[in-house]
Design a protein around this ligand. Sequence first.
Ligand code: UGY
Ligand code: MN
Length: 247
Amino acid sequence: MPELFGHTRARVGARHALITPDNHVGSSIPGVTGATAVVLVSPAMGAHVAQTLLTFATGGAARFEAGEAQTFGYVMDGGATVAVGPRSRRLKAGGFFYCPAGAGWSLRAPKKGTRVTLFQKKYAPLPGVKAPRPILGDQSRVKGVPFLGDPAANLQVLLPDEPAFDMAVNIFAYRPGGHLPFVEVHIMEHGLVVLSGEGVYRLEDSWYPVRAGDAIWMAPYCAQWFVAMGKVPARYLYYKDVNRPAL
Ligand code: UGY
Ligand code: MN
């Protein structure tokens, strides 16, 4: 239910942003039909990544031609057939795909209401390193590891951690009360969506209650910390830039 009297939990600052489902306004994006597209994180706010939520009606579709951008897509719920280059697969909730720069991808035959989160970024090639390969996968097949040995904070790394890949996309799952072990301050940028549960996110010098559907942008060096609250585990999907020199 929308919040009353013009109140919102949303905050868009110079170094971090929180956008809640109550704030969503769609954009029309070339190649996307029969769907709403909400661009939650973008260079317009100072980010180097775009994070977009697509919600498909029956008969909706998406087709992105090959270009400089690479795309990671995660099926939040529903299901659809996704083709990346010459490979195609039916993905259900928890399914994901990675399309390298220079290849195109498409989505068709979505179940009504299918939601897909996209992270898109211009690829930074590394001299002497071959471009990354397309990937179609499912989060249920990715082994999680306790983050820094803590079983209350489980981390799944969805993309290979190899020099060819300049982006990582991970899922963090916290038991109620589980938290990041310390306040992180790092060069990597994050785009994030809360998949389930709730908690409190510290971003710079502010603490925000967050829950499923909320999207967050953290600029490089944005101080960040999270604690899961409530009765059920809190999970979030997030992007970070990796494997490239600072200069
Ligand atoms: O990978 C990360 O930097 C992660 N620990 N950050 C976060 O969850 N805010
Ligand atoms: Mn971090």
